[in-house]
Ligand binder design. Structure first.
Ligand code: ASP
Length: 326
């Protein structure tokens, strides 16, 4: 019998009302699974394991290392597919982490819910059902880690949560989903992926990589005060990768000391390389030693930089790895 392993991390999909008001993680992987109709008809051997019961803003890199280890253990034990249930707030970071650290063609699918189980029209059961269908689909093999929400299948590299509450919160800006489910059946077209693999080194949890978002009129005070605390920095720049002219000496100074990656706060598209020539433009910053994030958004660039630093990568290796995401 084909085996699918469910690993629960918490999130809205596993939340219940609390005595103090509001919903909190409470349900086990078995509880979440029990609410999904139609599973018996699939004829699968589905195992469920609760690894964490946390809201996803409280997950850290040590949890992701434990999750990656658990996913690889399930694959080694013969799972044909692995489904991770997870809070939606940070699903996109966890998906990229798993994509980079699980070296196997076995589908790893992350899903969650925008509406908690006791709300009208809760989406958790439908999302988990769809995720299980994708996890055992032949067409999903070799596509790396996937995120399945609202009957859409997204690649880990592009997926983003783009709405606070809509059930259609997830999108892959600029590229679109890799596929969708039709009458419960996955229809995947796939896209070439970056074949990069990195170890889930526990050191990743001891490293601090800063994510600094730049804003209009920004004089860099946040970076000035906090920058020295970081082993690497991601700048979520304006537009195509820009900062105010006044910030340039500060940013360049940090780039001389630690890897500083230039991403865009827009959340879609690639940082440019050779269009703008003013002080603080992408050309200026790249000339001053910043590393181009390519199509990786700031949160994903931070995950990659953190894993590379944990693997002992030097600046040239970091730059050539980010080049894979052009
Ligand atoms: N705040 C929740 C979390 O990320 C949201 C969700 O799961 O949808 O855990």
């Amino acid at each position: 019998m084909t085996r699918v392993a469910i690993i629960a991390m918490g999130g809205t999909i596993a939340m219940s009302p609390s005595a103090g008001g509001g919903v909190v993680p409470a349900l086990s992987a078995e509880d979440v699974l029990a609410a999904v109709p139609g599973l018996a008809e699939l004829g699968l051997d589905i195992t469920a394991h609760t690894l964490r019961s946390l809201p996803s803003p409280s997950l850290g890199f040590a949890d992701l290392v434990a999750l990656s280890d658990a996913v690889r253990a399930e694959i080694a034990a013969g799972a044909a597919g692995v489904v991770v249930t997870h809070g939606t707030d940070t699903i996109e970071e966890t998906a990229l982490f798993l994509d980079l650290t699980v070296d196997s063609p076995v589908p790893v699918v992350v899903t969650g819910a925008m509406r908690h189980p006791t709300s009208a029209g809760a989406d958790g059961p439908a999302n988990l059902y769809a995720a299980i269908r994708v996890a055992v689909a032949e067409s999903a093999r070799g596509l790396g880690c996937l995120v399945v929400m609202s009957d859409e299948v997204h690649g880990a590299r592009f997926v983003r949560k783009g709405h606070t509450s809509s059930m259609a919160a997830f999108a892959s800006p600029g590229f679109g989903p890799l596929g969708l489910l039709v009458e419960g059946e996955p229809r995947l077209r796939g896209t070439p992926r970056v074949g990069l693999r990195l170890p889930a080194n526990p050191r990743v949890a001891d490293l601090r990589v800063g994510l600094i978002t730049v804003a209009l009129g920004d004089d860099g005070e946040l970076l000035r005060r906090a920058g020295d605390a970081f082993a690497g920095i991601v700048i979520a720049g304006l537009g195509a990768g820009h900062v105010p002219a006044d910030m340039v000496p500060l940013v360049a100074g940090f780039a001389a000391k630690v890897p500083v990656v230039l991403a865009s706060r827009t959340g879609s598209g690639s940082v440019l390389r050779q269009t703008y020539g003013y002080p603080g433009s992408e050309r200026d910053l790249l000339d001053r030693g910043l590393i181009h994030a390519g199509f990786l958004d700031p949160a994903k660039a931070r995950v990659l930089l953190q894993l590379l630093l944990a693997d002992g990568a030097d600046r040239p290796r970091i730059a050539s790895t980010f080049d894979l995401y052009r």
